[in-house]
Design a protein around this ligand. Structure first.
Ligand code: PMP
Length: 355
């Protein structure tokens, strides 16, 4: 069956998974949910009425998220979604599209932004980052002259660096009709001062995307949320599929919020392992490990694609190959895992590079 003309060239998203011993390709939290919290999640799911539709707005979870995040946020500032991906799609559907604002995309970055811009008919303006992968602030300011939806990924995937909240605030004030989306999917692995969440109540055009997939070990559950002005939340609520967040996801995410402290030891361990791994990988001759405030490290290594193949085929380790992405030639992205996983990938990398 021929697809509609505009989508004929689209292929299904391929996360590139292969069965391996050490899976460090998707920036998941390999520690997993702490066992006592997982028990509470299972119990919470068992208490749900499976024959009933979920609350379409996830109101109990919205209330829990608003008071957990603080900064004077209330239910009206929160939209819960089937993973952060659904929010990205709906944001472009509601505020982009052929008759809305263009997307301003700071490449290299998370590829899904551009994909969803294409699916929603949103024009996309690419603004390349600097050689250090920082956002080119002047170029973004220039691109926003006529308004737009700018996505600032902080920390950026796959480069690991942050945006400066002071600049974000200035940009928001200077462009009151534009929408500034700060994608903070990995922010829990950075210092608390790095977050732009406090700007949401101060600037009506700043929105922060968060997810339970990374720090909170719930990638399989599919739950994310947006913190934004009620006018943005209302726009998203108008276009979303009503029951996209099922009863299980709502109940599980609620337990994660109520027990957020239980995830902190693994988050702290990942941050410490990350800093140690950057030093160790950087010491391998020929390898460059970029600074990171996330749970992954971008590594530049000669013949990266062959290295990636050898890691997978000879060492049963899967990382992410970015070597064919413009600006990321010879780059691999390695998720920070448990100390054992980190030791294994670093030793394998050192051995392959030496050969
Ligand atoms: N933003 C960024 C930068 C990401 O890397 C991801 C996941 N890879 C997401 C958003 C979406 O995550 P999820 O849909 O699992 O919440």
């Amino acid at each position: 069956m021929p697809m509609r003309q505009s989508f004929r060239d689209f292929a299904p998203y391929d996360p590139g998974f292969t069965p391996v011993d050490v899976l460090l390709s998707a920036n998941e939290n390999t520690y997993g949910v702490p066992a006592p919290v997982q028990q509470l999640m299972v119990q919470a799911v068992a208490n749900q009425a499976f024959n009933r539709y979920p609350d379409p707005m996830s109101n109990a979870l919205r209330d829990a998220i608003a008071s957990w995040q603080g900064h004077g946020l209330t239910r009206g500032n929160v939209c819960v979604s089937n993973g952060g991906d659904e929010l990205l799609f709906n944001l472009l559907l509601a505020f982009g599209g052929p008759d809305g604002m263009p997307l301003i995309n700071c490449i290299p970055t998370f590829s899904v932004y551009k994909l969803y811009a294409q699916l929603t008919g949103t024009p996309c303006v690419d603004v390349p980052r600097t050689a250090d992968f920082d956002v080119d602030t002047q170029a973004v300011e220039a691109a926003m002259g006529n308004g737009g939806i700018v996505v600032l990924t902080s920390p950026n995937n796959p480069t690991g660096n942050l945006v400066d909240p002071v600049w974000v605030q200035r940009l928001a004030h200077a462009n009151p009709t534009s929408l500034i989306l700060v994608d903070e999917a990995y922010i829990e692995f950075a210092s608390p001062q790095a977050s732009c969440t406090s700007l949401v109540t101060a600037c009506r055009n700043v929105a922060c995307l968060r997810t339970f997939s990374k720090a909170f070990c719930l990638a399989g559950v599919r739950c994310g949320y947006l913190l934004a002005d009620p006018a943005v939340i209302d726009g998203l609520s108008a276009v979303r599929q009503p029951y996209s967040v099922d009863v299980a996801a709502q109940a599980i995410a609620q337990v994660a919020v109520e027990h957020a402290e239980a995830f902190q030891p693994a988050i702290r361990a990942i941050m410490a392992s990350r800093d140690e791994a950057i030093a160790r990988i950087g010491a391998i001759p020929g390898c460059v490990a970029y600074p990171s405030d996330a749970n992954f490290i971008l590594v530049r290594v000669p013949h990266a694609h062959q290295v990636w193949c050898q890691l997978r085929d000879c060492c049963s380790i899967l990382v992410r190959d970015f070597s064919s992405t413009p600006g990321l030639e010879d780059c691999l992205r390695i998720t920070v895992g448990t100390p054992e996983e980190n030791d294994r990938v670093i030793a394998a990398l050192a051995q392959i590079v030496k050969e």
